[in-house]
Design a protein around this ligand. Structure first.
Ligand code: BGC
Length: 840
């Protein structure tokens, strides 16, 4: 029998940098620079010469925002700002006076902000323990603009435009947020008047309005750095000075104006209704909308410039494993760096235009992609970009199931959606049903969905259909494709027999305790501070069966690294409880800092770039390495489950948590999540928790907002990423979202947790709720979670236990349902790193 590892205090008493920190800093730097997207580079102003002096302005110059706030934050040892990064690289900055004046404004405004939060918290209509967090979430810090600039001794200036956002609140399309503030506009225009060359860096977790580019032509370069993690400043210097050639590509469409997004009128608070969110745009999210409806964008999906040029030649198209469960298509390409000065990497993207017989569709969708290695000038790389045939299917609610219509599937290849050109085709002779399913999550009210401009799409398709005969093509017969039918209601057969037997030996009381996080915590049930033995972790499972050798596992946030407290105290053999505010903003919000007593222990974690920036790398191998690094830290601090990656779709640029998520595209999202999971789970006993399942696309009223959408949209856009991640990488866990979907809380939804995740996609891990999901009334209960197959209620409070006891007595919750959930939890715990020998 494996022995539970003995618990010692995590972290170190020594503050010296540990070897893993040094190694992971390097990786954070590499990942950041690989994800930056060069949006504009007129007259090849970039890269800059390191001997040239630079004027540096903007809030993010000295206060670079490394990541978003809330549970997605990471308490790292220290971060490198852009000012520091440039100076470390030997650049002389001419605007130190401006930066010092800005810093003074910043310190004053931070103190005022802290007071505002504490004052607001007093009147928050929530539980005492939640007051500060609610006030904090609803009051994002707004960076000051700084003083007006003066001319300094250089002709080149950089302006860093920064925005803070985080969980619990959506952003606004107003000055100071999505738009530049009036003062920022004046400063930037003045900079453009004073300096010949201006470079704009965008340091925000989500998109911002870029119409200033039309007014100021001497903003010659724009670099989208998102929120780049603790090594951001060094990574910026690497790219600006040409040590690294930019190779990131946008994972979202950047509209000309906010109003161009199809749901801009109704998103979140925009129409004054945060209770019901009707997804009227249907499947036409992001580029699927712009490309189908021919709405021009400023920068399109998949776009990003380099310091060099590439030629992409399509050599052929082939199929693999026809007649098997998972037939694949491969597009063979040859990529050459045609520049003469810089090495670089290119992302080759494959888009497909599907026939539109009976089901109207987007004009094109991403089907596959691959990033080249570093190609020196003149160097060539050949690759085959493979994707499953199922990537070309659509969901028919009538069938119900996944199907492909007969006709010509146009294959487009390029280094962005816009540049991709028709180059090959796949012809299917008859309708193919890939998988028959049940209908799930039915609409409870009428929903009018946007309809596709079928005539315009036909016309666009006809432009290349003529050439299809002259391009490489493959034919697939319907009989080449295997049809499957999902078998539902098979949860019991999927359980581990050993776990089921073990659970039979547990009392009902123990089962109830195990079906929630441990409420015996000493630090309140607030976000990110409910863990007991690893300070700053988000929760821990019950130790009630420790005598039967069942360990308690620790869960900690992500997705930009591991979120733990940077330090904590141990006194008289116990961890000194810390006020919750110590877990936010590196303890800045703490009003009365007590003199630490006892022994101080340090838990230094690496702040990686945020999710969006990681995805902008389009580099799965890199994401797997990031996952491995995070697992190394999980192992260091005895964390079993990482509460990441965040996989919600960027439905609208104002979602406060977009920075944690990858993209507007489900395929890219799913592939990136799978890559990170593969990295984390290569460390035995460590696992990811993909979240928030599903449709957590807005933060205002996130616990009460009802997402109203069609089943097809749900499946093709909002569930697809989860499905891909599960099928490809079997994450150890998944977290449900706070919101309702067609009237049912996601946490209480059997259709999602059991039918879709387990029956259809064969998910074998545990499902947990988001934190405090069951606290707000009778609509979403602990028993409801268990019935749905949502195994563990987090972080767990006595009221959850009470609810289960009551419903078990009343017979509305069956003991079998509870024991089934506990069996899945037990299996996960047995596989965890809490035993001396973790299972491979
Ligand atoms: C967030 C989750 C997070 C959890 C634990 C919640 O507020 O929505 O993403 O994992 O807190 O910190």
């Amino acid at each position: 029998m494996k022995k539970i590892r003995t618990t010692t205090w995590t972290g170190t008493v020594d503050t010296a940098e540990r070897p893993y920190e040094t190694e992971h800093r390097k990786l954070a730097r590499e990942a950041a620079s690989a994800g930056f997207v060069l949006l504009k580079n007129e007259h090849d102003i970039l890269p800059l010469d390191r001997n040239q002096k630079l004027a540096l302005y903007g809030a993010g110059a000295s206060k670079t925002i490394k990541g978003g706030t809330g549970s997605g934050d990471v308490n790292e040892r220290s971060s490198v700002t852009i000012l520091e990064g440039l100076e470390l690289a030997g650049v002389e900055i001419t605007t130190k006076d401006w930066i010092e004046a800005f810093n003074r404004e910043y310190e004053t405004s931070r103190e005022a902000w802290k007071e505002e939060i504490w004052n607001k918290s007093e009147t928050m209509p929530v539980d005492d323990s939640m007051k500060l967090f609610f006030a904090y979430s609803e009051t994002p810090y707004s960076m000051p603009a700084g003083p007006m600039p003066d001319k300094t001794d250089t002709d080149t200036a950089i302006y860093v435009w920064s925005r803070v956002a985080g969980e619990g609140a959506d952003r606004y399309c107003r000055e100071g947020d999505y738009l530049l503030s009036e003062k920022e506009t004046r400063i930037l225009k003045e900079i453009c008047a004073l300096y010949r060359h201006v470079i704009l860096l965008i340091n925000a977790g989500g998109l911002v309005e870029l119409s200033i580019l039309d007014e100021c032509p001497n903003i010659e370069a724009v670099l989208q750095i998102v929120q780049p993690g603790m090594e951001g400043g060094n990574a910026v210097a690497d790219v600006l000075l040409g040590k690294v050639t930019p190779s990131g590509k946008l994972t979202d469409s950047w509209a000309l104006r906010y109003e161009d997004y199809p749901n801009s009128g109704t998103f979140s608070h925009n129409n004054g209704d945060v209770k019901t969110e009707k997804y009227e745009e249907g499947i036409y999210v992001g580029y699927r909308y712009f490309d189908t409806f021919d709405v021009p964008v400023r920068y399109g999906f998949g776009y990003g410039k380099s310091y060099t040029d590439f030629a992409i030649e399509v050599i052929g198209i082939e199929h693999f494993h026809l007649g098997s469960d998972c037939p694949e298509i491969g597009v063979k390409v040859r990529v050459q760096n045609t520049g003469s000065r810089y090495g670089g990497r290119e992302v080759v993207q494959v888009y497909v235009s599907c026939p539109q017989e009976t089901i109207p569709k987007e004009y094109r969708r991403l089907a596959g992609f691959q990033k080249t290695g570093l190609l020196a000038p003149g160097a060539v790389e050949e690759m085959v970009i493979r994707f499953p045939l199922s990537a070309l299917s659509s969901y028919s609610e009538m069938l119900p199931g996944w199907m492909m219509e007969p006709g010509c599937y146009g294959i487009f290849v390029g280094n962005s959606l816009e540049s991709s050109a028709f180059c090959a085709s796949l012809v299917l002779d008859d309708t193919v049903i890939l998988e028959r399913t049940m209908n799930i999550c039915p609409l409870q009210e009428e929903l009018k969905e946007l309809t596709a401009p079928s005539e315009a799409i036909r016309e666009k398709r006809s432009r290349w259909l003529d050439q299809a005969g002259r391009c490489p093509s493959i034919h697939i017969k319907d009989s080449d494709v295997v049809t499957g039918t999902v078998e539902y209601g098979t949860e019991n057969s999927r359980l581990s027999k050993e776990a089921v037997q073990f659970v039979e030996t547990l009392t009902l009381k123990q089962c109830i305790q195990l079906a929630t996080g441990d409420p015996g915590k000493k630090q309140g049930s607030n976000l990110g501070s409910s863990g007991i033995s690893v300070p700053g972790s988000a929760a821990q499972t019950s130790s009630c069966a420790v005598d039967s050798n069942l360990a308690s596992i620790v869960l900690a946030d992500g997705p930009a690294g591991l979120r733990l407290n940077k330090s904590y105290q141990v006194e008289d053999g116990a961890i000194v409880p810390m006020p919750f505010e110590m877990a936010l903003e590196g303890g800045f919000l703490c009003r009365e800092k007590k003199k630490p007593t006892g022994e101080t222990r340090y838990q230094y974690c690496t702040a990686m770039p945020v999710g969006t920036l990681l995805a902008q790398t389009w580099d799965t191998e890199l994401l797997t390495r990031v996952g491995k690094a995070i697992a190394r830290e999980m192992e260091e601090f005895r964390v079993t489950l990482w509460l990441a990656p965040g996989m919600n779709i960027h439905r609208n640029p104002l979602c406060g948590r977009n920075f944690e998520y990858y993209s507007e595209d489900p395929l890219l999202t799913g592939i990136m999540a799978a890559a990170v999971t593969e990295g984390v789970q290569s460390q035995p006993g460590c696992g990811t928790t993909i979240k928030h399942f599903a449709c957590n696309n807005q933060e205002d009223n996130r616990k009460g907002s009802n997402t109203v959408l069609s089943e097809r949209t749900l499946r093709e856009i909002y569930l697809k990423g989860f499905e891909i991640a599960i099928r490809k990488s079997q994450p150890m866990a998944m977290m449900t979202s706070y919101n309702l979907i067609n009237g049912i809380h996601a946490a209480n939804c059997y259709d999602l947790c059991t039918r879709a995740a387990r029956d259809e996609w064969n998910f074998q891990g545990i499902i947990m709720t988001d934190w405090t999901t069951t606290h707000d009334g009778p609509d979403c209960t602990a028993s409801g979670c268990i019935r749905a197959g949502n195994d563990i209620v987090m972080p767990g409070i006595p009221a959850d236990h009470e609810n289960m006891r009551r419903e078990l007595e009343a017979g509305t919750l069956k003991e079998e349902e509870l024991r089934r959930c506990v069996a899945r939890i037990v299996k996960t715990i047995w596989e965890s790193n809490q035993y001396e020998e973790a299972e491979e």
